[in-house]
Design a protein around this ligand. Structure first.
Ligand code: BDR
Ligand code: CA
Length: 375
C-alpha cells in the first residue's frame, strides 16, 4: 500500500518524471522549445498539497482524471465518491475501486454515492463511455472494497473534521454534493470550494441547451450554484477544445507503468468503439481538464459570472446561463391582470469562476507527463 506522500519529496517526483522523459516515453513533439516537461515538474509542486474529495462517475474521461489526480503531488485526494451518471452506480462504484487500485492508492477511501438523481430518472451516457463505462475494457474485479459509510456521510465527516480545508472536485452529476448540502444545511461555509466539470455558456452536448452532468441532475446543480460556496465551473466552452487523439494515446501505451497501461487501454478501446460507431478520431478530456487546472491554474482562464441553472424548461432543463454583469433578467412574468409589483433590481453578485479559455497543448503536456511518470 502506498502512502499519500508517494513521492517522498519534490526531488523524488522530479527524478521519476525526468527518468520517464529520458526513457523516451513521451514524444518530444509534445514539448515546445521553451516549455518543456521540466516546466511541469519544477514549477507546480507546492509544499502544501490541495486537499480534495473527488466526486466522479467513471466514465472514460473520469478514469483519466482520477489517474491524473492520484499521480499529482499538488493534490491530496482524501476520498473518492462515485455517483451514478455515465453508467449506473452498480458500475461507477466498482470502476472507481478498480482505478484507485490500479494507481496503487488503496489507502484512499471510496464510498458509494447516489444511485439515482435527486428527483429524476437516471439517463446514462453509455454511447460515449461503453457499456461498462471504461470503453468496454474488462479489468479484473477489484479487491478493494468501499468503506461502510455512504458518500454523503464520508464527505460530511471529512469536511467537518477539516473546516475550510477541503475542496470537492465534482466531475459527474452533482447529486452527491447536493445531498451533502441538503442533509447538513450548516456545512456550506466549511467547504473551501467546489470545482465542477459541468455546464456550458455556449450550448450543450446532450441537448442543444444542456451539458450532460447538469442535464442528469439539474436540481442538484441548482442547489450547488445557490449554495454560496466558492465555485469554479469548467464547462464545455473549454473542455470541447481538449480533444485526445491517437498521437497522445501512443505514449501512454509505450510507457510501462500500471497507470499508463490502463489509461492507454481505456482510451484505445474507446477510440476504436467511437471510430466504428461514428468515424470519430478524437474525443474530449472534460474531466481531466478540470483536475489539471487545479494543478496548473494557467491551463485555463477564469472569469467571474453569475450562473443560474434551468430546472423547469421542458426542453432546456440543466442549461446553465452565465451573466457576466447585471442586470440579471428573467423571463417576463405572466400577465395576470393584477397590477405589476415593483421589484427592485437585485445587486449583481458573481457566484462562480467560469473557464473561458484554455491552452490545450499545455494541458496535454501536463496530462501525459503525469500519467507516464514512473512512480
Ligand atoms: C461530462 O459528462 C460525462 O459524460 C463526462 O464524464 C463529463 O463529466 C461531459 O459533459
Ligand atoms: Ca464525468
Amino acid at each position: 500500500m502506498r502512502s499519500n506522500n508517494f513521492f517522498r519529496d519534490r526531488r523524488d517526483f522530479l527524478r521519476a518524471s525526468a527518468a520517464t522523459l529520458a526513457a523516451g516515453a513521451l514524444p518530444t513533439s509534445l514539448f515546445s522549445s521553451n516549455e518543456t516537461f521540466a516546466t511541469y515538474s519544477s514549477s507546480s509542486s507546492p509544499s502544501k498539497p490541495q486537499r480534495i474529495i473527488l466526486d466522479t462517475d467513471p466514465g472514460v474521461d473520469d478514469a483519466i482524471a482520477i489517474f491524473l489526480a492520484l499521480r499529482s503531488p499538488e493534490l491530496k485526494v482524501e476520498a473518492v465518491t462515485p455517483v451514478c451518471g455515465n453508467v449506473p452506480l452498480s458500475l461507477t462504484l466498482p470502476n472507481a475501486l478498480r482505478l484507485v487500485e490500479i494507481a496503487g492508492r488503496t489507502d484512499i477511501p471510496v464510498a458509494a454515492g447516489a444511485a439515482t438523481p435527486l428527483v429524476r430518472r437516471l439517463v446514462t451516457a453509455k454511447y460515449a463511455h461503453g457499456n461498462n463505462g471504461l470503453g468496454g475494457v474488462d479489468f479484473p474485479e477489484p479487491k478493494l472494497k468501499p468503506v461502510s459509510e455512504t458518500a454523503t456521510e464520508l464527505i460530511r465527516r471529512i469536511v467537518r473534521a477539516n473546516p475550510g480545508e477541503i475542496s470537492i472536485v465534482a466531475i459527474g452529476p452533482l447529486t452527491n454534493v447536493a445531498t451533502v448540502l441538503k442533509s447538513d444545511p450548516m456545512i456550506a461555509p466549511l467547504i473551501k470550494s467546489i470545482v465542477i466539470m459541468g455546464g456550458s455558456l455556449s450550448g450543450g452536448n446532450i441537448t442543444p441547451a444542456a451539458e450532460f452532468n447538469f442535464y442528469v441532475d439539474p436540481e442538484a446543480a441548482r442547489i450547488v450554484f445557490d449554495s454560496g460556496i466558492p465555485l469554479t465551473m469548467v464547462g464545455l466552452d473549454v473542455t470541447r477544445k481538449v480533444l485526445i487523439r491517437d498521437e497522445q494515446v501512443r505514449p501512454l501505451e509505450a510507457a510501462q507503468t500500471p497507470v499508463s497501461q490502463a489509461a492507454g487501454k481505456i482510451l484505445r478501446a474507446n477510440f476504436d468503439r467511437l471510430h466504428k460507431a461514428s468515424n470519430a478520431i478524437d474525443f474530449a478530456m472534460h474531466d481531466p481538464l478540470t483536475v489539471a487546472q487545479l494543478i496548473d491554474p494557467s491551463v485555463v482562464t477564469l472569469k467571474d459570472f453569475f450562473v443560474e441553472i434551468e430546472t423547469t424548461g421542458e426542453l432546456t432543463a440543466g442549461q446553465s446561463l452565465g451573466y457576466p454583469h447585471g442586470p440579471v433578467r428573467r423571463s417576463p412574468p405572466l400577465e395576470t391582470g393584477l397590477p405589476a409589483a415593483d421589484s427592485p433590481e437585485p445587486e449583481f453578485k458573481p457566484n462562480a469562476k467560469v473557464a473561458v479559455e484554455v491552452d490545450p497543448d499545455k494541458f496535454f503536456r501536463l496530462l501525459l507527463a503525469r500519467l507516464t511518470s514512473a512512480a
